[in-house]
Design a protein around this ligand. Structure first.
Ligand SMILES: Nc1ncnc2c1ncn2[C@@H]1O[C@H](COP(=O)(O)OP(=O)(O)OP(=O)(O)O)[C@@H](O)[C@H]1O
Ligand SMILES: [Mg+2]
Length: 273
């Protein structure tokens, strides 16, 4: 059994891979990288009744990976780059290679994953962390469920300047309800619900549009969406609207939140930390 640990900038994810399948998954969060990695491993072992001797090796990746300088508990421990892991994990979850992956975590990264070459196309600091940070200041809310509950009752036209506010006709392929300027209207009567929806809409519109340009640069019309942000229902709706406009389709594989950890478990670079 191989353990892949992804010490993300917000959350640490770990998976156990055995016989080519993901057999266990856990999530944890600690204030430093070593506690995150050790905690993830401990939680994986205890929750799933796994013996230490059953673990062949541990592969660590993610923002905090470089902070792990020693083998964990005497088990061969390696480190591998996050871009490579997202690519490998994305190929595994999509069940095919030659794909573009948009990983929505705290920030967003877009990757071209070919069978023998994983390349980093770019990305944006706009991601899940942006929603949470702005919601904290603008709405005094610090949890995602609270943001989602508010946004479900939001009206975009109270915060966004829509095309129909400024034009009587369509603008090429954009209809009147398209956002001409995110938060560009902001009515005095805008409620927290409207702001919450505006935030989600802005973040997923940015991510969706960047993804479209990335897909087009590689002559494809499909994007595999991974990371925690891939499971957001309002985000998926916004990406669906992007599909209607640009005809680029977004796919949401199962276990998408664990993509990077899965990619780590599937990688083996003989570089011990
Ligand atoms: N329902 C949700 N929809 C969208 N984003 C969410 C949701 N719940 C949590 N988040 C955000 O997801 C982020 C964590 O996602 P994930 O675990 O994929 O990122 P990470 O690996 O820690 O970060 P990164 O990959 O950018 O280093 C946090 O910023 C959190 O605010
Ligand atoms: Mg991540």
């Amino acid at each position: 059994m191989i353990i892949g640990i992804d010490i993300g900038s917000t959350t640490t994810k770990a998976v156990a891979v055995s016989g080519g399948s993901v057999v266990h998954r856990i999530k944890t969060r600690a204030s430093d990288a070593l506690s995150s990695a050790a905690g993830a491993l401990g939680k994986m072992l205890v929750e799933n009744d796994i013996k230490m001797t059953g673990i062949e090796r541990i592969m660590i990746t993610g923002a905090g990976a470089s902070k792990i300088k020693n083998e964990l508990f005497g088990i061969p421990t390696g480190m591998t780059g996050e871009i490579n892991c997202i690519g490998r994990g994305g190929i595994f979850l999509a069940g095919r290679d030659n794909i573009i992956i948009t990983n929505i975590g705290t920030g967003t990264v877009i990757i071209d994953a070919q069978k023998d070459r994983i390349s980093h196309l770019g990305g944006s600091g706009v991601g899940g962390g942006t929603i949470l940070g702005l919601a904290k200041k603008l709405l005094s809310i610090s949890d995602f469920n609270g943001i989602m509950e508010l946004a479900a009752r939001g009206r975009l036209k109270a915060v966004d300047l829509l095309l129909e506010d400024i034009m009587e006709t369509d603008l090429s392929f954009l209809k009147g309800e398209a956002s001409a300027s995110n938060f560009g209207k902001m009515l005095d009567s805008a409620r927290n619900e409207d702001i919450a929806l505006g935030l989600l809409n802005m973040v997923y519109q940015v991510i969706g549009t960047l993804s479209v340009f990335a897909a087009r640069s590689r002559n494809t019309d499909r994007i595999i969406v991974t990371g925690k942000g891939s499971g957001n229902p309002i985000g998926k709706r916004v990406l669906g609207e992007i599909t209607d406009l640009y005809h680029v389709h977004f796919e949401y594989p199962q276990d998408a939140e664990y993509t990077t950890a899965i990619g780590a478990a599937l990688s083996w670079e003989p570089v011990y930390v």
